[in-house]
Ligand binder design. Sequence first.
Ligand SMILES: [Zn+2]
Length: 487
Amino acid sequence: MIIIKQNDRMPSYFGYIRVSTVKQGEHGVSLQEQKDAIARYALAKGFEIIRWFEERKTAAKSGRPEFDLMLKELNKSTAKGVIIHKIDRSARNLKDWSNLGELIDSGVDVHFANESLDLHSRGGRLSADIQAVVAADYIRNLKEETKKGFYGLIKQGLYPLPAPLGYVDCGKGKPKELDPERAPLVKKAFLLYASGQFSLDTLTAEMYQKGLRNRNGRPVSRSGLAKMFKNPFYIGLIRIHTSNELFSGIHPPLISKTLLDRVNDVLQGKQVKKIVQHEFVFRKLFSCRQCNRLMTGEKQKGFVYYRCHTHGCKTSIREDNINQVVQDKLRRIIFNHELRHVLYKALQKFRETWFEERNNNIAQMELQLSHVLTRLNRLTDAYLDGTIDTTLYKEKKESLLIERKATEEKLALIKSENMNIPDRIQKYFELAESLYLSYKSANLDEKQELLKMVSSNCGVEGKNVVFMLNFPYSELEKMASVSSGGP
Ligand SMILES: [Zn+2]
């Protein structure tokens, strides 16, 4: 056998190899295999490979530095041409292919090791063009598929990204679950920030003290907290940042929408007094007699005051003063057999109207919820029909999802046992020996309920507290006054 000696005048070529990490296993064409195929081809044709260009890229990332570098070199006529493994390695997109086409036209010799195409004949070139288009389409399709997978999961209410702080990953295709260790701390952070008594800086320190750490065991930073506070994931929604779309999640919510809203009010520097106001027993029970406006509580120098907020009105009273009047009055009512009888009758009446009202509320809210769902469906239809554009669709969808969340929360609250006020009042009367003792032993919510039940139209006139009892308590108060020899 005669071995042909390679002489100095052998035409020089580049070898171009590209390894895609996407679907690499499927193709099974490793870098070495491509290299071998090109080398075999060069040997058969009597070409010399003077330089290799090796591209290691993923299909998702754009840009091919090695390919661009090679085009530059070819333009400088450093080599006669290039040998590429296969067309789908050379034409990641049509722009690349047209660049290559220009090179061919300008005299660069392009060969494909795995395809017998004569690129200088019209038929061969056309065939290569078609293959390039197919290759480019394949890549585009691959990207679409990846996206479909991602959005497919989101549409099922799943979050295909790492779990936010306070949740744990449970595997692909499974909803995130609450992190038993961090979830309570995350919730605490929301509650503390909502109180308005912390800045992001002081809360960062506070949460560090309480032991909140991120997944890597590091302290949660100020910006980490801010990011967390804006994430609707905690109320059961999924926001996709790149497109700013909102989806309904199937993971358990950690906090209520009300709390998230309040936290964001604080973040935006809005005045937040609601939580603090709730500590005041007599809030929204007593009105300023002069302005006919309900008074709200506030703390000042260790004392609680109720104030009228009408501009220029000076009506203000200390909580101690109201409390004194209220307790004095309640103390004078003794629960005897007769009173108890009258009271239960009153409670029975209250119960009827209360349940009627509650059922009305539930029916109304369920109707509202079904309206929201219908609108969501119609919106999707309109979007698919092309009646509305993407921006409008996203905007409307977001507001509908938020409305749905809020309605669902209200509904759950109304239905909860905790909100069965008649039962609670009855239980409380059954246990109590007297109105006064009941009042003394009640918690804040119960006190408010009791006051609403026994009195109405309470007010403050100058420095005087006006606290009038409703029937039948008013009658019993009179009876007590007579028997004790009062006026
Ligand atoms: Zn006033």
